[in-house]
Design a protein around this ligand. Sequence first.
Ligand code: GAP
Length: 479
Amino acid sequence: MANDNKRFQAIISHCKEYGFIFPSSEIYDGLSAVYDYGQWGSELKKNIKDYWWKSMTQLHENIVGIDAAIFMHPTTWKASGHVDGFSDPMIDNKDSKKRYRVDHLIEARIAELENANNMGEAAELQEKMDALLAADDLVGLKQLIEDEDITCGVSGTSNWTDVRQFNLMFSTQLGSVTGEANEIYLRPETAQGIFVNFLNVQKTGRMKIPFGIAQIGKAFRNEIVARQFIFRMREFEQMEMQFFVRPGTEDQWYEQWKNERMQWHLSLGIPGSKYRFHDHVKLAFYAKAACDIEYDFPFGFKEVEGIHSRTNHDLSRHQEYSKKKMQYFDPEINQNYIPYVIETSIGLDRTFLMVMSEAYWEEDLSTADKQDSRVVLKLPPKLAPIKLAVLPLTKKDGLPEIARQIMDANKPHFRCFYEEKDAIGKRYRRMDALGTPFCVTVDHQTKEDNTVTIRYRDSMQQERVPIHSLKGIVDKQIS
Ligand code: GAP
């Protein structure tokens, strides 16, 4: 665990040092749990988005995408249940005035037990907590904290308030008049933008059930305990898909989407041993089934994606609150019904952190006579921010001109990067740290036979190839 924490801190520093992620408004000392993506982070994030979008929409003929507004009519959130029920149980320490999410406090205790190899007790505590959360038993949760003698990390005391529910939605005012009538919310999930557009898309797209609607966009939650870098943020992005099915077929679609989503994760080149499914014990009252896909982050297995069988709850509630029919006429069985929904919901920032955690390597390259090391991001080439670096060996003898021609020939097809400063070894190391899968060096032999040296990031092997073959080599790896 200690080593993993060191690795996690190294990843955070790397993200900052190499232009992937900066604390938000850093010159004003940052804003807790809000981050900005830098020049290479935004490229990597966009590549992850594109990869998800293509695999969900382009490769599924019956899934289309939308881009709904962040602001929605406030009744949306009444209907969805977020106004009344989107909350977490919290507890405050009276001495330090610090507020904690109850499950996080108890989970920390479970981790302590596990670290002390006290697996039986840890499992028992986990079971007790799950049962109390499932029953919304706030008194029981406080009792559990007291029984376990859990203290505040700041004051060191166990002088706790009662456990209370705390709503996670951010609200603001629409227009200039303040008052409850004008209160609107920053959406806490993108899913509702899909539900309220269900019939618009179905009718204008002449979609037949089963079909899906996908969306990528920002979501906002007033997370009280914001921690673990971009794992838990107050402003983040989700990639969600709602799949509308005929009632009675939802169990089969739930299994199918569990399987498809796991295959997507494996297609990132991450081994199956780094993933696991976690079935929800506490189901929302309307849900038939729900599970998370968890990834083994440097701080342990945690949720990256949720797959939920949501029945027809959301559409029914919107029908009830809007008084607009949300029914679909199924010509195959000659019936009207409100479709059931299977949802896949993955956090873009968590996926980013997962991809980074998997890619980050510190390699010792020392030989008998020389100490050497490198930091390399072994990103899947299709996600790498830069695909090809073009490096003239020197700044003279016409080498930069040839390098520029290579740039011009390739940059319409994928992201290339030109660099002529510093020794070639230093430039390679910099590209390794950015995760660039291919570097080509233009040298004096290039002038004679139109070949360049291509260097492969992971193996560091080099070979001579004709300039005209470069596009094919890169395309083969990124398609
Ligand atoms: N529409 C369903 C929904 O929003 P969720 O489990 O609350 O379900 C889905 O969120 C995904 O969104 C999570 O699996 C996680 O990847 C991401 N997510 C949720 N809260 C987050 C936060 N505060 N920071 C970063 N990502 C978050």
